[in-house]
Design a protein around this ligand. Structure first.
Ligand code: NAP
Ligand code: NAG
Length: 322
């Protein structure tokens, strides 16, 4: 006697039937996640960013990712508040944007987010500006990392304090200065720049404090996403892996290491959607691969990788001193 598939299933005890059902559902979920990823990554239309308000505020817009974000936002027709530490670089960037997009209104705000600056004073300046302008978008981009990899006991006091002051306190306080206006108008989008160091790899050895500040950014964003969703404010943590900037000490871009423009062009299309996202698609392929490997293997690879960065950095440092 030959039983067909369904008769076989029906003759199993109920718990096996349940397991089969769950297994089938999870396979479907995995299969469906691929077309969903393709849709979101390549086909989903970007939100109309001007509907959040006519101004966007970008921190750290004088170099790297922040600078490209500023150009992309101007291209979308937004006016800009650029918050940076160096007045000359701010002027240079805003002149370049103005030349390319003559209709854009730009205001420069000089704030040094390091421990040498006065953050409270900076926050007051932002509050004053935000009170009179319809700021719909906030890009919390400013951030520093270690000059090169090192053990935690080798992190000097100044670097330690700056990492927390710039990455954590800066982002937190700027967000708090901008949110009341968004709440009043019931619309806004906040993008906080996180890092794969805190989200994709299980650990980032020899960058402990940097990775930990980015873990803060991730959870901070996730909570605010839930807190303010009903108030019309879309909070998001964007997660880049390596991007060719001075922070990453990478000059040349490649498929897995985009230029800042390549990154920002992808990033702008995600604003207002998922609470946590990886805008540049080759990065998310790496993320998917990392998921499949055992954590201990990634830990071991990363430690070796960062030990090499540390060695190189130390050699450079000692040749500078000579
Ligand atoms: N590049 C990557 O591979 C990568 C990967 C993951 C996450 N990220 C994150 O992306 C963000 C931008 O990084 P990036 O690679 O574009 O860095 P970057 O090229 O070093 O640019 C950093 C920007 O922040 C500004 N800045 C630095 N310290 C400041 C301070 N004390 N006060 C005010 N402004 C200050 C810089 O100003 P100056 O022009 O005056 O220097 C510059 O405009 C950071 O949050 C970083 O953690 C980067
Ligand atoms: C920082 O600025 C605030 C507000 O202007 C001021 O009250 C405070 O004294 C300043 N702090 C320092 C250390 O200069």
């Amino acid at each position: 006697m030959e039983l067909n598939f369904w008769d076989q299933v029906k003759s199993q005890p109920i718990w096996i039937q349940l397991l089969l059902l769950l297994g089938t559902l999870s396979i479907f979920k995995t299969l469906l996640s691929i077309p969903k990823w393709i849709y979101i990554t390549f086909l989903r239309p970007a939100k109309n960013l001007k509907k959040y308000g006519s101004w966007a505020l970008v921190t750290g817009p004088t170099d790297g990712i922040g600078k490209s974000f500023a150009f992309q936002l101007a291209r979308k027709g937004l006016n800009l508040i650029l918050v940076g530490r160096n007045p000359d670089k701010l002027k240079e960037v805003s002149d370049a944007i103005q030349t390319k997009f003559p209709k854009t209104e730009i205001k420069n705000l000089v704030i040094d987010f390091s421990i040498g600056g006065n953050l409270s004073e900076g926050v007051i300046k932002i509050q004053e500006l935000v009170e009179e302008l319809d700021v719909g978008i906030l890009i919390n981009n400013v951030g520093i990392s270690y000059p090169y990899a090192r053990f935690f006991h080798e992190v000097d006091q100044e670097l330690l304090r700056n990492l927390i002051h710039i990455n954590v306190e800066g982002t937190t306080k700027v967000t708090q200065a901008v949110i009341p206006g968004m709440l009043k108008r019931k619309r806004g989008a906040i993008v906080n720049i996180g890092s794969g160091a805190a989200i994709v790899i299980p650990s980032d050895p020899l960058y402990a404090v940097y990775a930990a500040t980015k873990a803060y950014i991730d959870q901070f964003s996730r909570c605010l996403y839930v807190e303010y969703k009903k108030s019309g404010i879309d909070v998001q943590c964007q997660v880049p892996l390596y991007v060719a900037t001075k922070m990453a000490s990478i000059r040349r871009s490649s498929l897995f290491v985009p230029s800042t423009d390549g990154y920002a062009r992808a990033a702008i299309r995600w604003i207002g959607y998922e609470p946590r996202c990886m805008p540049y698609w080759p990065h998310s392929i790496l993320w998917g691969l990392a998921h499949m490997l055992p954590e201990s293997a990634i830990d071991a690879w990363r430690l070796q990788f960062c030990l090499r960065i540390r060695k190189k950095g130390q050699v450079k440092d000692s040749s500078k001193k000579e």
